[in-house]
Design a protein around this ligand. Structure first.
Ligand SMILES: [Zn+2]
Length: 192
C-alpha cells in the first residue's frame, strides 16, 4: 500500500502549519526554501519519496526519493518538457515508492553559507549549454533544493553577486518592465 499524506503549508493565516511526523523516525523535515506537499512510502522501513515545490505558487513540482538518488522534474512520458503538475508528480512518486527498495538515507545537513554558495556557483557555471549565452532560471536549481536548503531570495541574491564577481562568465539583467524581475545568463568562458 502506498500512502500519501497531504501537507500543505501555505495557509493564509499566520498559524504555523501542522506537519506530520516521519512515520519511521517521528521527525518532520521541511527543508528551507521548499514546500513539501506529499510524502509517499511503501512500507514501514522504506524510503520516503517527497513531492515538493520551490516556487511560491507551488506550480511546478519535484519528486525526490530520500533512499536512492531518484529525482524527477519532468514527466518522462510527456512530450512536453514543462514542469511537473501535482497530479503527474503524485503518479511518478507513487510508482517510485512502489518499486524502490532503498531504505531512507540520513536527512542531509543544511550546508553553511560558504558551502551552499560554492555549490550553487558550481551548478550555475557548469550549466550545459549549446550557445554562447544561455539563460538560466532559479527553477533550474529545483532538483538540488534538498541539498541547498535555501530560499529563492537567497539564490537570487547569490546569482546577482555571482554576476558582480564573475562578469566574464555570468550576467544578470533587470526587466525593463517591472524592474523587480531578473534574468540570469551563463556566458561562454573567454578564450584563455
Ligand atoms: Zn528510491
Amino acid at each position: 500500500m502506498v500512502l500519501a499524506l497531504f501537507n500543505r503549508t501555505r495557509h493564509a493565516s499566520a498559524e504555523p502549519p501542522a506537519v506530520e511526523p516521519w512515520p519511521e523516525t517521528g521527525e518532520t523535515w521541511m527543508p528551507e526554501g521548499v514546500t513539501v506537499i506529499e510524502r509517499h512510502w511503501n512500507q514501514a522501513m522504506s524510503a520516503i519519496v517527497l513531492v515538493y515545490s520551490a516556487d511560491a505558487s507551488s506550480y511546478h513540482h519535484v519528486v525526490a526519493c530520500l533512499g536512492c538518488h531518484f529525482s524527477a522534474v519532468q514527466d518522462p512520458d510527456s512530450a512536453y518538457s514543462s514542469g511537473l503538475k501535482l497530479t503527474d508528480a503524485n503518479r511518478i512518486a507513487t510508482q517510485h515508492a512502489t518499486g524502490c527498495r532503498a531504505l531512507s538515507r540520513a536527512i542531509p545537513d543544511r550546508p553553511d553559507d560558504d558551502s551552499a554558495r560554492d555549490q550553487l556557483r558550481k551548478w550555475a557555471l557548469t550549466w550545459q549549454r549549446r550557445a554562447d549565452k544561455v539563460q538560466i532560471m532559479v527553477s533550474n536549481f529545483d532538483r538540488h533544493r534538498l541539498a541547498l536548503q535555501r530560499s529563492n531570495q537567497w539564490i537570487e541574491a547569490e546569482l546577482q553577486q555571482l554576476a558582480v564577481d564573475r562578469p566574464d562568465v555570468f550576467a544578470v539583467q533587470r526587466s525593463e518592465y517591472d524592474h523587480t524581475t531578473f534574468y540570469y545568463y551563463v556566458l561562454s568562458a573567454p578564450e584563455s
